[in-house]
Ligand binder design. Structure first.
Ligand code: NAD
Length: 419
């Protein structure tokens, strides 16, 4: 395993936590959580619109089902690897345990550049993945959701593929979350991760002795998480001075009109050319002046090479694994507060849990119910993590990991050792 991968970083974070828990749990039990329960590679060969079959690789990892069925999104990127999916599944185990939902951790990856596929080919690929992965996907086994490169439309196609193969109009129980509301999805799920990021950021600003309104922010990523986080931060009075995506960044020290940018992006499918800001390099943007930095795109963005130059006093990890362990140490030394991914972006899986229960119980929840419960849970978990960090003189990441890993270890202990 190379030292600079999502898996190496996930392992380093886990090992540090396991060391803190050594007196509390048996060593073999802590070792158990090091490994996933299952790592699978699927070879898909769907026939695309040009009439030719093409081979795609896909991965599914079930890291732990100690607390419940594995939960975790499907990443569709050209560079995703089985090790990445393993790392992300492990992080989902901790995230579900921390936010307090009865799920374990899982993840899927499909090696394809989602943006370059036509909508017909993407649907075909998603349906092919679902057919091949069907023995893994079940309300009691693994329940997927959107991640980078996938969205609610794709989740609708997953549900349709499963119902079609069962010969039913719908499913009994929830096989996939993040679906369109018309197919049993829940209002507010698409916005939930970004909304949770904004709620956690507000709580952290108060913990730092400041307030959200009037602060400045830079957001990396203008997809599902980044665009919603930027919009909601702006709604709460934050001046969003920079926004970047994979193709470059925008900067305006007086504040970007995020709603106008979202409307521009919806039409143009790019940030470039937006009249209300000047173009800047996306990587440079991370180190430009601001109070709050929200990495909400890919992993490994804040590294030992740029951490010392970060000017923000708060980093809110909307993305999974955006900060390497070396960068974490540099930020800690500089006194930068980091809201770790397993807390900061857990709003998505919390609302997925509400979708799961809504479908299981054949109930209907309103957007107001969803947002109220999300706000309460995010605030509650932030306070719990912050309090433990203060008491034990830990970083927020170490405190969040300690609470999460302890819960999974307690579940494993309660389940016993056989078979
Ligand atoms: P998305 O595909 O909707 O958007 C990704 C965005 O990141 C795009 O704007 C893309 O251009 C940008 N991006 C990609 N690589 C970049 C780079 N190197 N530099 C700058 N920008 C880059 O994905 P998403 O669902 O918004 O997910 C973003 C992150 O949040 C991922 O790390 C994902 O694992 C994490 N996350 C997502 C959810 C969710 O509910 N969607 C939940 C928890 C965590």
């Amino acid at each position: 395993m190379s030292e600079n991968t999502l898996l190496a970083h996930a392992m380093a974070n886990y090992n540090r936590t396991a060391a803190l828990l050594k007196g509390e749990f048996a060593e073999d039990l802590l070792d158990k959580m090091h490994q996933p329960q299952e790592r699978s590679e699927l070879i898909l060969s769907p026939q695309l619109a040009d009439g030719k079959s093409r081979v795609f690789h896909a991965f599914i990892v079930h890291h732990s089902s100690a607390l419940g069925p594995c939960k975790g999104g499907i990443r569709m990127t050209a560079g995703v690897t089985l090790d990445d999916v393993n790392a992300l599944a492990m992080e989902m185990t901790w995230k579900c345990a921390l936010i307090g939902v009865p799920f374990g951790g899982g993840k899927s990856g499909i090696v394809a550049d989602a943006e370059s596929l036509s909508s017909y080919d993407k649907e075909t690929l998603i349906r092919s993945f679902t057919r091949n992965a069907q023995r893994h996907i079940h309300p009691l086994i693994y329940v997927p959701a959107p991640d980078m490169g996938t969205n609610e439309r794709d989740m609708g196609h997953i549900k349709d593929t499963i119902t079609y193969s069962l010969g039913h109009a719908t499913t009994q129980g929830c096989y996939v979350t993040g679906k369109p509301v018309i197919l049993g999805g829940i209002p507010g799920r698409r916005e939930a991760t970004g909304r949770g990021v904004a709620i956690a950021t507000a709580a952290a600003m108060v913990a730092l002795g400041g307030k959200l309104a009037g602060a400045t922010a830079i957001v990396q990523g203008f997809g599902n998480v980044g665009s919603v986080a930027a919009l909601l931060l702006a709604e709460r009075g934050v001046r969003v001075v920079g926004i970047a995506d994979a193709r470059g960044g925008l900067h305006n020290p007086d504040g970007i009109d995020v709603a106008a940018l979202a409307a521009y992006f919806a039409k143009q499918r790019k940030l470039a050319g937006f009249p209300g800001a000047r173009a800047v390099d996306g990587q440079e943007l991370l180190t430009m002046p601001c109070d709050i930095l929200v990495p909400a795109a890919a992993g490994n963005q804040i590294t030992k090479d740029n951490a010392a130059r970060i000017q923000a006093k708060l980093v809110a990890e909307g993305a999974n694994g955006p900060t390497t362990p070396e960068a974490d140490a540099i930020l800690e030394k500089k006194g930068v507060l980091v809201i770790p991914d397993i807390l900061c972006n857990a709003g998505g899986v919390f609302v997925s849990y509400l979708e799961f229960t809504q479908e299981t119980q054949q109930e209907q929840m309103t957007l107001a119910d969803v947002n109220t419960r999300l706000e309460q849970r995010m605030k509650d978990r932030f306070a719990q993590v912050h309090e433990l960090a203060r008491e034990r003189k830990l970083s927020l990441r170490q405190a969040a990991m300690l609470l999460a890993v302890r819960r999974v270890a307690q579940a494993l202990e309660a389940r016993g050792n056989l078979p």
